[in-house]
Design a protein around this ligand. Structure first.
Ligand SMILES: Nc1ncnc2c1ncn2[C@@H]1O[C@H](COP(=O)(O)OP(=O)(O)OP(=O)(O)O)[C@@H](O)[C@H]1O
Ligand SMILES: [Cu+]
Ligand SMILES: [Mg+2]
Length: 689
């Protein structure tokens, strides 16, 4: 069994996807954007409404302003009225039904404000139209001009905004969309055939030529190549793929032609699962978001109140219902807390997909926010700071009761069903010697110590020093010392109660670990290593990496205990780990981060998964968390600040200075504020620091 990051990440994801029906992006619901389901409509409705609006604008006099081309003829007011009615019901529909939804949920918000704005304009204008018809001398002002421009601008604004939202959350979907339609499959008889991707099933064998996009997840069965997995891991360097390596659908095949056996397609594929997770993460709410929801709800009542107050005041000042209505409509429209409603969701959408592209899977949105307050990073040693790929560096017989090969066959019997990285290393060694392990039964892992089983009717154990307590056999400790000083892990074979042999295994430290530790310290975060391995091995690694704090010889329960102790003291703790023995502490930590190549349990217990299995990606995580928070706060200020400035302006506070906005200008300002918030969210990047 190889320890290849893709191999594990790929199948590990299967636990995390819950509900494939959520795949439909057009149906997603993000906070404050319930109307997003009309997205498809906005574009078409905008263009149709624009065409309807042109004659209305040309044929109806706009108050206070005469356009260069103003046409009017007998009966032209009928055309204006009919077109406006169509426009109101057709173009205004998304807002009207959005309002109905908000009201049915007893959460009046922006859609209700817009709907009130356009309804007031429409019905007041209709009233004016009828009054003028009944008694041509009354000259009740109408708002058809304003209604038309308002609806057109609103539709445009929402269309642009929806685009921004889907851009932010769809980058992964785009990758999936780029999967090739036609693929080359090898039939049972060994012939090649072209089939469409939707006909590809698990276990099919496909040919992927150089430069092609890999059409599905699979295992290489023939050939070798370099694959660019940039879109998934953010790693632009090609990754070598040999036989038995995993490839991911959507990544790009480099120089070689390979044959793959399909392990996942479409919805069971890696990308779909990542998208599911991104989706799920977006459905929960973080504290800042709840805050912005609260403010938005508040602003609704402020808008409504200001609308009514300005209506009353303008009615008193101007004694003209028309003018008072126009102020009210402008206030209602401009006060729509749209930008505020989008401030946080847009940043989250962008940040989650940015994270996924950089090898960070956010299973839990709150974790990113919590990452900002981390004081300690606890790091597991084996598999996190080191490769977790053990090689046997020495094998010494301690007793001559058994031959060397017999001892190795017993060790093989113990380890063949174990899944610890040490077991993998030992099995490689035994396979190289072309020895066939004995049969075993009752195999049991002794957590933090080793494995035991029945081999040839007798109890066999492979354990570390902790498991040596009930063995009497003496051995020369000087052999041990040398191995340990070099950071080796020692395992002892006990057979039928006597100590038989000793095996030394060495692991290599990941090349990026050292810099990672240094950078953590630079940021004022204290790295601490927690390992189940022995004191000497731990010390060797800690020394090399420049770690000032470490705990060794830990049982899984001990790791959790230490994490809990810190958390209970009020420290914010991030735990990074990969093994079965890390799972409890990943759950207890403020933020649990699993290594993608790690075990399923670790990944399930974590809040965030590093798909590249590179501990240094924790730095990217810290950086992303910081930038995400900054953008959110900027957006909140912008969203709320806009309303604070715009409402009085719309209410006509500056009227004495000749500044009086009409509803369409109000709508433009409202849309503009939304667009600014959207652009600010989209410029979120993972920085260099
Ligand atoms: N299958 C096994 N064969 C031999 N020894 C084992 C086996 N499983 C566990 N051990 C022994 O138990 C020790 C502790 O294992 P554990 O999985 O708790 O931690 P670890 O993987 O060594 O270190 P870390 O906590 O840093 O990942 C190992 O160092 C090893 O000595
Ligand atoms: Cu709005
Ligand atoms: Mg480990």
């Amino acid at each position: 069994m190889r320890h290849d990051s893709m191999k594990h990440t790929d199948h590990d994801m299967s636990h995390m996807s819950m509900d494939h029906s959520k795949m439909d992006m057009s149906n997603h619901q993000m906070a404050g954007m319930d109307h997003s389901m009309h997205m498809g409509n906005f574009k078409k409705k905008f263009f149709v409404s624009l065409i309807l609006a042109i004659p209305i604008i040309l044929l109806s006099p706009m108050m206070g302003m005469t356009l260069p081309i103003q046409i009017s003829f007998t009966g032209s007011e009928w055309i204006v009225m009919v077109l406006s009615t169509i426009l109101f019901f057709y173009g205004g529909q998304p807002f009207l039904s959005g309002a109905r939804m908000e009201l049915s949920q007893k959460q009046p918000a922006m859609m209700t404000l817009i709907a009130m704005g356009i309804s007031v304009s429409y019905f007041y204008s209709l009233y004016g139209f009828i009054m003028n018809l009944v008694n041509p001398t009354t000259h009740v002002m109408n708002f058809f001009w304003e209604l038309a421009t308002l609806i057109v601008v609103m539709l445009l604004g929402h269309w642009i905004e929806m685009n921004a939202v889907s851009n932010a959350s769809n980058s992964l979907k785009k990758i999936a969309a780029l999967l090739p339609d036609n693929v080359t499959r090898i039939t049972q008889s060994g012939k090649e055939e072209q089939v469409s991707l939707s006909d590809v099933h698990i276990n099919d064998q496909l040919i992927v030529r150089s430069g092609d996009k890999i059409p599905a997840d699979g295992t290489v069965i023939k050939g070798n190549t370099m694959v660019n997995e940039f879109m998934i891991t953010g790693e632009s360097q090609g990754i070598v793929k040999n036989i038995d390596d995993k490839v991911i659908g959507g990544t790009i095949n480099g120089n070689g032609t390979i044959e793959i056996k399909v392990t996942g397609t479409g919805k069971s594929g890696y990308i779909s699962k990542v998208m599911d997770m991104v989706q799920q993460a977006q459905n929960e709410k973080i504290p800042l978001e709840s805050l912005s929801d609260k403010v938005a709800k508040w602003l609704f009542y402020v808008a409504l109140g200001s609308g009514i107050i300005s209506f009353i005041i303008w009615l008193i000042i101007s004694k003209d219902v028309g003018i008072a209505f126009e102020r009210m409509v402008t206030v209602l429209v401009i006060a729509c807390p749209h930008a505020l409603g989008l401030a946080i969701p847009l940043v989250i959408a962008r940040s989650t997909s940015l994270a996924a592209q950089n090898g960070l899977l956010l299973k839990n949105k709150k974790a990113l926010e919590a990452t900002n307050h981390i004081d300690y990073v606890f790091l597991d040693k084996t598999g996190t700071l080191t490769q977790g790929q053990f090689a046997v560096t020495g094998f010494n017989m301690i007793s001559d009761q058994l031959s060397e090969n017999e001892a190795l066959k017993i060790i093989g019997a113990l380890e063949k069903n174990a899944n610890h990285p040490i077991a993998t290393g030992i099995m490689d060694y035994i396979n190289q010697k072309q020895l066939t392990p004995y049969d075993s039964s009752d195999t049991q892992a002794i957590s933090g110590v080793g494995v035991t089983a029945l081999v040839n009717g007798k109890t066999a154990k492979i354990v570390n020093e902790k498991g040596l307590t009930d063995v009497s056999t003496q051995f020369n400790p000087s052999i041990k010392k040398e191995y340990q000083e070099q950071g080796n892990t020692l395992s002892f074979l006990i057979y039928d109660g006597s100590l038989i042999a000793m095996m030394a295994l060495g692991d290599t430290i990941k090349p990026e670990s050292k810099e990672f530790i240094a950078k953590l310290k630079e940021q004022g975060i204290t790295p601490v290593m927690l390992t189940g391995d022995n004191q000497q091995a731990a010390e060797a690694v800690a020394k090399y990496l420049g770690l000032d704090h470490y705990y060794s010889d830990l049982l899984p329960g001990d790791k959790e205990k230490i994490v809990k102790e810190y958390v209970n003291k009020g420290d914010n703790v991030m735990m990074v780990g990969d093994g079965v023995n890390d799972a409890p502490s990943l759950i207890s930590a403020t933020v649990g981060v699993a290594i993608g190549a790690g075990t399923d349990v670790a990944i399930d217990s974590a809040d965030i998964v590093l798909t590249n299995s590179n501990p240094e990606d924790v730095l990217k995580l810290l950086n992303l968390a910081k930038h995400t928070r900054r953008k959110m706060i900027q957006n909140l200020w912008w969203g709320a600040g806009y309303n604070i400035a715009a409402i009085p302006l719309a209410a006509g506070v500056l009227a004495p200075m000749g500044i009086l906005l009409n509803p369409a200008v109000g709508a433009i300002l409202m849309s503009l504020s939304t667009v600014i918030v959207a652009i600010n969210a989209l410029t979120l990047r993972i920085g260099k620091e």
